[in-house]
Write a protein that binds this ligand. Structure first.
Ligand code: CO
Length: 456
């Protein structure tokens, strides 16, 4: 059997390349063709796509999903789900997590990819259970990073636990694109030996390694890899779908994708890319290789955030010091993988440590919460001396953080019954507060259900 491909261009592709700004019409423009390609799945929804719809595009993210489902009749639709954070940035109560999973599946999602930034599987439990309950396919993603504790054995143990939890497949999520080809071979080989679940690899081209890493992973027996249609591939995005398909043609790994349909889809998507290049949202810089991310082991998005933060403080010349401080903060915090929200938290702390002239003199609220155990269990123990300096004698929780949260959904539904027209609206409000309320009020006033014509 050949390698299966998941098309990520409509979620991660435009998220990585131009701040998730494709509107629904653009997302749907080549979906009919993509549905005929022979993919394992098409990724279409996630935190940033949902957020950008409400915040920047004045569009209902639920409507995008329903329209996509109408067009995409053969291929499974996939979404990315941040465990107990759902698509937001804090922990939500279990009833909101469950309702969000239920509504995602009912509106068209087939596969839910669930991950936790810290790989604390307690933060996945609720979403996993709900996915099974509502008949969705449940994939658990492990956040990939390098550190003294993130060994092959560490990932093998996690994979075994995930199999026990009832996941249908496992994804290795290398959000920073730092996985070396040899590391991929070693890790995938070990996972294939220790679990029966299909293994998927997700990485990014940012550091210039990804195609090599995918090839070694494929040789080690990986079942599925994530690729993006050519106009939405490369740079900070995924490797190109068409190229990988060609590279594997005639081998035992041949994905056997429909080349004519790929070409037809790419031809429709090319003008969309051209538009974002022309209006400046797609910066050509993100299309070239950034080998610094291998040296510093930080995701591309985090690197550009740090550069922006320092620019605002008029301290651009301190970038090297900040980048040298990032691994120190990470070590103090017990080596969290640098993925949302931990990448922002560790980055901000590194900036504060350098600019204030004294380490941990200033500490953001989120790092303070993290040290109280409110994000979950850190991969390695945090530095106790630093913890005590910051939180004093405060109690550190060791149970699942969401156990402290009371049900929220019915309360919100009551509170917003004047504007929320559906449970989906209530969920949008639960996750994105004022941003969602502003959008829903405007939509209700305009009374236009949708202006997008769908060719079914
Ligand atoms: Co990604």
């Amino acid at each position: 059997m050949g390698v299966k491909i998941v098309e990520t261009g409509l979620r991660d592709g435009h998220q990585s390349l131009f701040a998730t700004r494709m509107n629904t019409e653009e997302v749907l423009c080549a979906l009919k063709e993509l549905d005929q390609v022979g993919y394992h799945a098409i990724e279409i929804w996630g935190g940033a796509t949902f957020d950008a719809c409400l915040r920047f595009l004045n569009e209902d993210p639920w409507e995008r999903l329903r329209l996509a489902k109408k067009v995409c009749k053969k291929t499974k639709l996939q979404m990315l789900f941040r465990g107990q954070n759902i698509l937001g940035y804090r922990h939500y109560a279990d009833d909101v997590v469950e309702k969000f999973v239920e509504k995602s599946i009912k509106n068209g999602i087939d596969i839910i990819r669930i991950f936790d930034a810290l790989n604390d599987i307690r933060n996945l439990e609720c979403a996993v259970k709900a996915t099974k309950k509502y008949g969705g396919e449940c994939q658990i993603a492990l956040s990939y990073t390098t550190s003294p504790v993130h060994t092959v054995q560490y990932y093998v143990e996690l994979a075994k636990e995930i199999e026990k939890m009832g996941a249908d497949s496992i994804c290795i999520k290398d959000m920073a694109g730092v996985m070396m080809p040899t590391a991929a071979y070693e890790l995938i080989s070990a996972l294939k030996k220790n679990t029966k679940l299909p293994i998927e690899l997700h990485s990014h081209c940012t550091g210039g390694l990804c195609e090599m890493t995918y090839l070694k992973a494929i040789e080690a027996g990986v079942d599925i890899v994530d690729c993006a249609l050519s106009p939405l591939s490369g740079g900070t995005s995924q490797p190109c779908t068409e190229s990988l398909n060609f590279a594997l043609q005639g081998t035992e790994y041949d994905p056997k994708l429909n080349v004519a349909m790929l070409n037809a889809a790419a031809a429709k998507m090319a003008p969309v890319k051209a538009k974002y290049l022309a209006n400046g949202l797609l910066n050509p810089k993100v299309l070239s290789v950034n080998a610094n991310i291998i040296k510093y082991q930080v995701p591309g998005g985090m690197l550009s955030n740090l550069i922006n933060q320092l620019k605002q403080q008029d301290a651009s010349d301190r970038l090297d010091e900040v980048l040298a401080e990032v691994p120190n903060v990470r070590k103090d915090m017990g080596y969290p993988p640098l993925v949302t929200p931990l990448s922002q938290m560790v980055g901000t702390q590194a900036v504060l440590n350098v600019l204030s002239g004294e380490r941990y003199k200033m500490v953001p609220k989120e790092i303070n919460e993290y040290l109280h155990g409110r994000y979950g269990r850190s991969p390695a123990p945090v530095d106790e001396e630093i913890r005590r300096k910051i939180i004093g004698d405060d109690k550190v929780i060791t149970y699942r953080p969401a156990d402290d949260l009371k049900p929220e959904f019915e309360e919100l539904k009551k509170q917003y019954k004047g504007i929320a027209k559906s449970d989906e609206d209530v969920l949008s409000i639960a996750l994105f507060g004022d941003v969602a309320i502003k959008f829903i009020e405007q939509r209700n006033e305009d009374a236009i259900p949708t202006v997008i014509h769908v060719e079914a």
